[in-house]
Ligand binder design. Structure first.
Ligand code: GLP
Length: 274
């Protein structure tokens, strides 16, 4: 079992007086805990400064980005847009593929993840929308759609970096707690806890779609690099189980313990049970 221990060396020296605290879970997994709750706007600066070799958009302009939705990554998208506007990054060659989408839902619905991505990122930078993919919440033959999505992911050569949020129940994408880790893209029935968490975005609880199309856990962890971000007390148990719990499909995010290149950005509240 991996143990959380303070990282020694360069990162720690750099950050002793800063607002961030770095801990290393094992050789390959770094946890960055911020003292402030609103941190996502600044974490890319740290990423760039400290892991200068890792800043994917600069080192690989034609990278494949695995993207996520939810409140948590909005600050990150704002930061990317600011860097684009400052002429520091260019999306013209970037390909992207999103984790998930409600089902059924129309892309014009302002709660769809396609709508979210256009609003927070794609319409604000020079990405070619033909190079972006979000699962189709209107697909008629879902099974066929899911195989085609998976084939597209393969054709891209997988994602260079996958951005992840985490659900209160430890879900990643829409991979809910289950008896087995899931493989490729599939249609999933949402749990009551997810419907409850997401109903605030809809006028009525009945409007929350009961299903979703999501990349499976295996497609997610095939990413070369993973960045997971979380904030707030509501995520503390999931973060605890992900890092300190057994690797188990009852906490889908715990699979990240097996990945060899994960960066976890969390605030103090989300880290409060570690
Ligand atoms: C949704 C998404 C997840 C996301 C999670 C957390 O259910 N399917 O991909 O990580 O919610 O969202 P938030 O960042 O809003 O807490």
């Amino acid at each position: 079992r991996t143990r959380v221990t303070a990282v020694k060396g360069r990162c720690l020296n750099l950050l002793t007086n800063g607002p961030f605290c770095f801990r290393r879970v094992n050789r390959d997994c770094l946890i960055i805990i911020t003292q402030q709750s609103r941190f996502v706007n600044t974490f890319f600066h740290f990423f760039e400064n400290i892991f200068s070799g890792c800043f994917f958009l600069i080192i690989k302009p034609d990278c494949v980005l695995g993207l996520a939705t939810g409140d948590t990554p909005i600050g990150m998208y704002n930061e990317l847009v600011a860097k684009y506007e400052a002429g520091e990054i260019d999306f013209s060659a970037v390909r992207s593929i999103n984790l998930d989408e409600y089902y059924p839902i129309s892309p014009d619905n302002d709660q769809s993840y396609r709508y979210f991505m256009n609003k927070h990122l794609f319409d604000r930078v020079n990405i070619d929308k033909a190079n972006t993919r979000v699962p189709d919440g209107t697909a008629e033959n879902v099974r066929e759609f899911c195989s085609a999505y998976e084939a597209h992911l393969d054709a891209l050569g997988g994602t260079d970096v996958q951005v992840l949020g985490i659900g209160r129940n430890g879900h990643i994408g829409f991979n809910e707690p289950a008896d087995e880790f899931t493989a490729g893209t599939y249609k999933v029935k949402l749990t009551d806890s997810t419907i409850e968490a997401n109903k605030i975005y809809f006028d009525h609880e009945e409007d929350v779609p009961r299903y979703a199309i999501t990349m499976g856990v295996e497609s997610i962890i095939n990413a070369k690099e993973i960045i997971l971000i979380a904030e707030g007390k509501a995520k503390a148990q999931a973060i605890h189980d992900m890092i300190k719990g057994e690797i188990s499909p009852s906490c889908p995010a715990s699979i990240l313990q097996k990945h060899d290149n994960v960066h976890i950005f969390i605030d103090k509240d989300a880290a409060s049970l570690l």
